[in-house]
Design a binder for this molecule. Sequence first.
Ligand code: SF4
Length: 365
Amino acid sequence: MENTFKIPRVIHIGGKNGIRKIDIGGSNPVTVQTMWKEPIIALDTKAVDSIAVRISALKSLGCDIVRFAVPDMESAHSLCAIASSTDVPLVADIHFDYRLALECLKGNVSVIRINPGNIGSIDRTRAVVEACMEKDVAIRIGVNSGSLPKDLQEKVLNSEITRSEALSEAALREAEVFDSLGFTNFAVSMKASSVQETIDANEAFARRSDIPLHIGVTEAGPLITGVVKSTMAFSHLLKEGIGSTIRVSLSSSPENEVIAGREILHECGLRKGGVTLVSCPRCGRQGFDVHSFMDRWQNRLLSLDRNITVAVMGCIVNGPGEGKNADVGIAGGGGKCIIFKKGKIVQTIDEKDADIEFEKILENL
Ligand code: SF4
């Protein structure tokens, strides 16, 4: 089979009313997305502010775009309020009711995620597309393997085509609706919960279309399972140049989704810089609880806007040696901790003061 994949065309999101502009596709950096995990109904000003603070923390961890489910009008109003309180582009995820999309478009939302197949008549899709054109807002079409058109389902049942070919065909049909309306500022996602199906569907689509792809393994599972599945699918696709934006879908926090996404991009050589964490697994020689230190410090360290390597090691005997390439590291034993830089011990502190002293070290790096 031909393995020539089209270079994705460039679409843009954000860029107005104080929202960060992001170009997606072409040679632009692959972006990381996550999805908000709680309902956003009945939000007061304090709740909106606290969501904006958490979005800002997600941004520091490497998140580019945050998506919110909008199942009702109240959520649409809340999303508009949140979108006015952050510079991170937000996506309104809409199913079935096109009026929710139109309501979100009255605010500062940067992307509408819809599936024309479940919005209803072409007039409803047209109304959303025209409003998006007017407000210069992008769209993401989402196609799931669980909601394929009937004729494609039958072809799969009759073994005429594979499920991934059906997914790709369904996505192309949805894209044609947008093309016929003269709208091009959209991306496509095809979601399957199997790694191979995700790979095959995205490859099949990228052979036929230059529309940028949002890639993700849907319902990928809890933290470890989901990260393994997503890493396998994404590393395969990204190395082929497929995937302009990614979401690691996890039964875990948005923070973990973002960290997993950025680390995958980093290891694929698609995101440079930032903090690299080195930590030992801990063993019977340990004199310092690396696991709990990392639990406390991981997000803080990964949020630093620095290009450094930080090592957290369980024992004084091996720690500095094993972490000798780290710009800064900590190891412990016998109630004491040592701070080292490039393998050289620069400070010895009481273990009980480890957090306070480590914070001071970071501030003065
Ligand atoms: Fe074990 Fe020390 Fe190596 Fe950690 S650094 S794994 S505690 S020997």
